[in-house]
Design a protein around this ligand. Structure first.
Ligand SMILES: Nc1ncnc2c1ncn2[C@@H]1O[C@H](COP(=O)(O)OP(=O)(O)OP(=O)(O)O)[C@@H](O)[C@H]1O
Length: 287
């Protein structure tokens, strides 16, 4: 493995310690009623994210990551506890929160610029201004030249960048992403990670990323919240003290490898519980 390139100098993680808090998840519980009785998907979780911070939430399949994403985004209400964004309690979809989903969410009948301008159109921004802003964010995600293309003419990675530009265009205080690159191959994912890093730095964007990809989490984050397997609780936080600005070059460094190993150690334990649980469920169904 290579050591961290000398050009990476700034340790940005510590400079964010003094920034004000944008997102507070305070002792949140989410229970679902199921035919087998109540199921606790999120169990007394708390999280405080500061302005400009990049926090990833990682955990095994079924641990409650998407539930937490939907709670923060206001698509679900907590059974207990409270979530505030920019000082306001989240009681439904909130203009301060921009969401990017795992599934592709571009409108196939609209061109790239019409897709990106959509949220601005909804906000009543005039045509000239919304096109100007759309072009700015299209360039930011690296899609200049594709303004008039339709989503079907683009690759999956390009379409996810269109979704990201559309979300960024209304300048959310918090960008919430649920496995946005899950369907892409590893190389594309790493290179798109570079794009996300650049954008985050340029906008000082606060980001919460839901993922089960350790490499992606370490590459991008200031802090990683590791969740336990069902019920979803905070297992621990890992601060990623890799210097910024970062790029995917850092993936080959020793320091990066140490973080990946450390997080895998924690996750392996939780993922094993998940596998055992699934096996028992299959056996029960067979009987
Ligand atoms: N609407 C719902 N009703 C009942 N149970 C639900 C509901 N949504 C999620 N669950 C359950 O809550 C638990 C957590 O699910 P969730 O989708 O949040 O996990 P996840 O970590 O995002 O999983 P994955 O990584 O596989 O997407 C699971 O046991 C799931 O079956």
């Amino acid at each position: 493995m290579n050591s961290i390139p000398a050009s990476f100098k700034i340790d940005a993680a510590s400079s964010k310690d003094a920034a004000p808090s944008i997102l507070t998840v305070d002792d949140v519980v989410k229970r679902f009623e199921t035919p087998d009785g109540p199921l606790i998907a999120v169990d007394h979780m708390s999280l405080d994210v500061r302005e400009g911070e990049f926090v990833s939430v990682i955990g095994p399949s079924g641990c409650g990551k998407s539930t937490l994403f939907n709670l923060i985004g206001g698509l679900l209400s907590p059974s207990e506890g409270q979530i505030t964004v920019a000082g306001e309690e989240v009681r439904g979809p909130h203009p301060s929160i921009g969401m990017v989903f795992q599934e592709e969410s571009t409108f196939p009948w609209r061109t790239v610029e019409e897709n990106v301008a959509f949220s601005l159109e909804v906000q009543g921004v005039g045509k000239a201004e919304r096109l100007e802003r759309a072009h700015h964010f299209i360039a930011m995600v690296g899609l200049r030249g594709f303004e008039k293309s339709y989503p079907t003419e683009l690759s999956g990675g390009m379409r996810q960048r269109v979704s990201m530009a559309r979300t960024l265009a209304f300048e959310p205080k918090l960008l919430l992403m649920d496995e946005p690159f899950a369907a892409l191959d590893e190389q594309t994912r790493l290179l798109l990670g570079d794009k996300v890093l650049q954008i985050q730095q340029e906008l000082n964007q606060t980001v919460v990323l839901i993922t089960h990809n350790i490499t992606e989490a370490v590459q991008l984050s200031d802090r990683i919240l590791i969740m336990t397997y069902r019920p979803g609780r905070t297992k621990r936080f890992v601060e990623i003290k890799l210097p910024r600005p970062r790029s995917s070059e850092i993936v080959g460094s020793d320091a990066f490898g140490h973080y990946v190993a450390e997080i895998w150690n924690d996750l392996r334990e939780e993922a094993s519980k998940g596998m055992q649980d699934e096996e028992m469920t299959v056996q029960r169904r067979r009987r």
